[in-house]
Write a protein that binds this ligand. Structure first.
Ligand code: 5GP
Length: 123
């Protein structure tokens, strides 16, 4: 799948759409999800053009991989969920119901979370 430079997170990275950044470095940008599913629900995105975790993990250079995943852990600490625990989610492709084709990690926490998968959703 080719990277769509008009996806919403690409626009956020270019500053064309505002976000309330909670963390930014050369590898990653973190901001709250617009539709939070838990008291803490942050998105962490890499600065490079990767459509999914599969694309990022296969294609990104080692410094980008290390920098990004360290940023995810750092953001969880900043958000105050590192001690009690949190969930990371990466949706990949259609069956996961991924909406935005720019790799992102969801950080969810701030309460005891429900089961890993919610109830089935009608097609
Ligand atoms: P996905 O389903 O692709 O894993 O997750 C995409 C997430 O992006 C969703 O949880 C959705 O609420 C969030 N989202 C979509 N558009 C925007 C936006 O414009 N700003 C922010 N902050 N989050 C967004």
């Amino acid at each position: 799948m080719a990277y769509d430079t008009n996806n919403i997170f690409a626009k956020i990275l270019r500053g064309e759409i505002p976000c309330k950044a909670v963390y930014e470095d050369e590898f990653a940008l973190a901001f709250p999800d617009i539709n939070p599913q838990a008291p803490v629900h942050l998105l962490v995105i890499p600065k490079g053009e990767y459509v999914s975790a599969a694309d990022f993990n296969a294609s990104a250079p080692p410094d980008a991989l290390t920098g990004f995943y360290r940023a995810v852990a750092h953001v969880a600490k900043l958000a105050g969920v590192a001690d009690n625990g949190y969930r990371l989610i990466c949706n990949i492709g259609a069956d996961s119901r991924s909406e935005v084709p720019h790799f992102h990690v969801h950080i969810l926490g701030g309460k005891k979370l429900g089961h890993l998968l919610g109830p089935p959703v009608a097609e």
